[in-house]
Design a protein around this ligand. Structure first.
Ligand SMILES: C[S@@+](CC[C@H](N)C(=O)[O-])C[C@H]1O[C@@H](n2cnc3c(N)ncnc32)[C@H](O)[C@@H]1O
Length: 219
């Protein structure tokens, strides 16, 4: 097992497969494989089920998650990726925002076993409505598949005083008729206009079609 250098040993890779060290041994979230290595339990992280996993699988290294990070996660769904973030940030907090009732019910179950995960039924376009549940955070991660993806994350960065942002941009959610490259360029330009510096931007192909991960920071 090789520890990925930038993750303080909490994300590991072996023969092209990714793993996080489980913060909740014995529990699966989405049927993932559990393996033991050097006395610890690892959960396999499937890049076809997680855009953050896909970002690492395509060689992304701008990875601001730390063991004690406070993360605002927008579009948590049932908690597949958020549970890996919780493995990495096991001494921090992962505030998981989701607005679909059905997904939220599954998310609550995922959070029950993981005290560092806090489920929030809320609309990511209205940060003022859930600000009461989380005061300041170190970073915002977003995967919401809807229009105005740049402004939604930037509004949340400003509302919660976050230093780092990471957004999985789905081109087709912005405009099905525009070429994805144009959508990505416009999204990056909007993030810069909002006063942030882009640290990395890369395609998630072949794991996710017409998606780009943008990592940025407050200068
Ligand atoms: C692609 S899925 C997220 C998958 C998840 N990030 C993962 O990797 O496990 C997008 C999710 O965002 C949610 N969503 C979309 N718009 C939202 C909004 N404005 N506020 C909160 N959740 C939203 C959807 O209900 C859906 O569950």
């Amino acid at each position: 097992m090789e520890a990925l250098g930038f993750t303080s040993g909490r994300v590991l890779a072996e023969r092209g497969r990714l793993y996080t060290e489980s913060a909740c041994p014995g529990k699966r979230v989405y049927g993932e494989r559990l393996v033991r290595s050097s006395g610890v339990e690892l959960r396999e992280w499937d890049p076809r089920r997680s855009k953050l996993g896909a970002y690492l699988a395509v060689g992304g290294t701008a990875f601001p998650f730390r063991i004690d990070s406070r993360v605002l996660y927008l579009g948590a769904s049932s908690g597949t990726t958020a549970s890996h973030v919780a493995d990495i940030c096991r001494d921090g907090k992962v505030y998981c925002v989701e607005f679909a009732q059905r997904m939220f019910r599954d998310l609550v179950k995922t959070c029950e076993d993981r005290p560092q995960m806090i489920p929030i039924l809320g609309d990511a376009t209205k940060p003022g409505e859930y600000a009461v549940f989380a005061d300041s955070v170190d970073m915002v991660y977003q995967d919401v598949a809807q229009k105005r993806q740049a402004d939604i994350i930037c509004d949340n960065m400003d509302a919660f005083g976050a230093r780092y942002g990471m957004v999985a941009v789905k081109a087709r959610s912005e405009d099905v008729t525009s070429p994805p490259e144009r959508i990505f360029a416009e999204t990056e330009a909007r993030i810069r206009e909002r006063g942030f510096r882009i640290v990395d931007a890369r395609s998630l192909e072949p794991h996710e079609k017409a998606h780009e991960m943008i990592v940025f920071e407050r200068p």
